[in-house]
Design a protein around this ligand. Sequence first.
Ligand code: GTP
Ligand code: IMP
Ligand code: MG
Length: 340
Amino acid sequence: MTCNILVGGSWGDEGKGKCITYLCNQDKPDIIARAGVGPNAGHSVEFNGEKYGLRMIPSGFVHTDARLLIGAGVLVDPQVFHHELDYLNKYQVKGRTFADFRCAIIEEEHKEQDKASDHLFKKIGSTGTGCGPANRDRALRTVKQAMDIDSMEGYTADVPLEVNTALDEGKDVFIEGSQGFGLSLYYGTYPYVTSKDTTASSAAADVGVGPTRIDDVIVVFKSYITRVGEGPFPSEISQEKAEEMDIEEYGTVTGRRRRVGLFDMDMARESCMINGATQIALTCVDRLYDSCERVTEYSGLSGEIKRFVEEIEDATKVPVTIISTGPDLTDTIDLREELL
Ligand code: GTP
Ligand code: IMP
Ligand code: MG
C-alpha cells in the first residue's frame, strides 16, 4: 500500500506530465487522482510516438487499468472534461474517469470574466480559463457543484471514499498536483500567483486524503526554470540568452512564450521544505546538456551533470530519484531502487 504525491517545484510546466506518465506506467497504481487548481494546467504526455496535451484528466491515463479520479478541490470545466474523454478514447478512459460530486464547476461567465478582467488577465497574466472567478464564487459559496449539473451525471464519484477504501485494502494511490510552488496563493509570489495553494498538503486535501496516509512527496524541478504570466523571477535570463542556450518554450494551454531563467537553489530549498519533499524529479537535463539526450543510466551522464545533481541534493537535502533526459516516458533514469 502506498500513497504518493507529485507536485511542481517552481512556476508550473516543470514536466510533471512526463514524470507522472513514467511513474504510473512503471508502478501501476490502482487509482490515479488529480489534484491542483483546474483546467488552467497544461500537462504534456509523450508516449509511443504520440503527444497529448491535457488539462483535466489525470496524466497517468496511459496505465489503462487505473481508475482516474478528479478530487473535490479541483475545478471542473465540463466542456474540457468531455472533450478529453473523447480525445483519449483510445485509452478507454470512459467508464474509469470520475470527478468528485463536490467539484466546483467553471461556467461560461467565469471564463468571460477572467479574460475581460484587467486585474487577472492583464496584470497577473492569468490563463483565461475561468479558474480565478470560479474559485472566487466557491469562496462566496455561490458556485455550482458537479452534482448540480446534467452534463456531469454518470461521471461523478465519492473520491475520498474510493481513495481511502483503496488504501485500507492495501492498494496503491498516486496523487498528481498541477501548477507549481511559486504559483501558490499562500507561498508563491503574491499577487502573481494562481487562485489557491499548490503545495503537497493541499494536493492531499484536494482528493480527501489525510496527511498521515502519505508516503512520498515527489517535487519536480526542470533543469532551468520557466514562468508564464507576470511576476518576480529572480533568476530570469533574456530571451536572446534563452535562444542561445536553446531552451525557449511555448505554453501548452495558451501558446504564450514562456519566460526563461536559470535553476534557483534558494527556491528549490524553500519548495522542498514547504512541500515536505522526500524525492526530487529533475527534468529536461538534455536541454541543458546535449550529451545526455535519451540516456537511461546514471553512469551515462557527464561529470558536469552529476555535479549539478549533487549540488541540488546538497542544497535541499533531498535525493534526486528521477532524471528525465527527453520528453518520452522511456527517456528516464530511475534511481529509486538506490533508496531502498
Ligand atoms: P503544468 O501542469 O501546466 O504546470 O505542466 P507540466 O508540468 O506537465 O509541464 P508541461 O507539459 O507544460 O511542459 C513541459 C514540457 O517539457 C513539455 O513540452 C514536455 O514534453 C517537455 N519535457 C518534459 N520532460 C522533458 C525532458 O526531460 N526533456 C525534454 N527535452 N523535454 C521534456
Ligand atoms: P490562473 O491560474 O489562470 O488564474 O493564472 C494565474 C497565474 O498562474 C498566471 O501567471 C498563469 O500563467 C499561471 N499558471 C496557472 N496555471 C499554470 C500552469 O499550469 N502552468 C504554468 N503557469 C500557470
Ligand atoms: Mg504546463
